[in-house]
Design a protein around this ligand. Structure first.
Ligand SMILES: Cc1cc2nc3c(=O)[nH]c(=O)nc-3n(C[C@H](O)[C@H](O)[C@H](O)COP(=O)(O)OP(=O)(O)OC[C@H]3O[C@@H](n4cnc5c(N)ncnc54)[C@H](O)[C@@H]3O)c2cc1C
Ligand code: FES
Length: 272
């Protein structure tokens, strides 16, 4: 079990309205984190019992033991976090959860992210040593658009969309992805973002015969596999058996068995 850590905040900055980048120093998390994992943060004072809030790891600097998270201010917990200042102590558990599968056999990878789902994908692009990396990232509008320089740095090809056309392609990022997958043979696709987006990505990937991993967001309690608050229904099937609909359902904890699952496990669940 991961220990509760009390770490120093180095930086907490509002990048664009309601989206914050927080950097904290943690040797344990920086040295152990893998792309797709998250940290669970106590977002209240003293004995107040508000549940911890899960936030994906967006970047680590292993030389300086810095960990970066990027979060959207949504409710009570993230509002509390947004008020943290340099030098404050962060009460955090991590790294938690199952990471993305990264392998030398994947030579040409693509990530597809929407909204706050882009943050764990940036860490994956940075850590991946593969030859070709393509990123498809979608935002609601130009006001929400963040970390573009970082995506440009770590992806060989970058495609951007906004729903209103205020930057890049006007429309859904899945339009650009479906066009991309028709023209290029990726070895694996990784996706994180709104469920409707991930469903389209999984479907297009499997139609093209390409494996796909999804990172799920579920409201959490303990974050460490103990309370079952985050359980979801998953179909356990191997890649070669994915057409067989007779496989049984299993209940999996997003915090411990995920948040990363194979697309065909989750898609079957989403379609049930
Ligand atoms: C594995 C994981 C990784 C995550 N990574 C990030 C990240 O990198 N950046 C980021 O901004 N957010 C991330 N989230 C979502 C983040 O945990 C929630 O936004 C946060 O817990 C909201 O807390 P709050 O107290 O501010 O809002 P609350 O008052 O709890 O809720 C405010 C609103 O947010 C919605 N919400 C709350 N929790 C979730 C959730 N888990 N999934 C979907 N909607 C939710 C509620 O429905 C409500 O409408 C992640 C969630 C998970 C499970
Ligand atoms: S949040 Fe408690 S088991 Fe997942």
């Amino acid at each position: 079990m991961q220990p509760v850590l009390f770490e120093k905040i180095v930086h907490n900055e509002e990048l664009v309205p309601s989206i914050f980048k927080l950097v904290f120093k943690s040797e344990y998390i920086a040295q152990n984190a893998k792309p797709g994992q998250f940290v669970n943060i106590k977002c209240c004072e003293g004995i107040n019992t508000i549940l911890r809030r899960p936030i994906s790891i967006c970047d680590v600097d292993r030389d300086n033991n810095y960990v970066t998270i990027v979060y959207q201010k949504r409710g009570k917990g993230t509002e509390y976090l947004s008020r943290a200042r340099e030098g404050d102590t962060l009460n955090v558990i991590g790294p938690l959860g199952r990471s993305f599968e990264m392998s030398d056999r994947y030579k040409n990878i693509a990530v597809v992210g929407g909204g706050i789902g882009i943050f764990p994908l940036l860490f994956l692009l940075k850590e991946s040593k593969t030859m070709k990396k393509t990123a498809f990232i979608g935002f609601r509008n130009k006001e929400n658009y963040v970390l573009i320089d970082e995506f440009e740095r770590y992806a060989n090809d970058l495609f951007i969309s906004t729903d209103d056309g205020s930057f890049g392609y006007k429309g859904f990022i899945t339009d650009l992805f479906e066009n991309g997958i028709a023209n290029e043979k990726f070895d694996i696709i990784y996706t994180c973002g709104p469920e409707a987006m991930m469903e389209k990505v999984v479907k297009a990937s499997y139609q093209a015969g390409i494996p796909c991993q999804v990172s799920l967001e579920q409201r959490m309690g303990c974050g460490i596999g103990a309370c079952l608050a985050c359980v979801c229904r998953i179909k356990i099937i191997s890649e070669s058996e994915k057409e067989n609909s007779n496989k049984s359902w299993h209940y999996k904890r997003v915090c411990k068995d995920g948040p990363v699952f194979w697309g065909h496990e989750w898609y079957e669940w989403g379609q049930a």
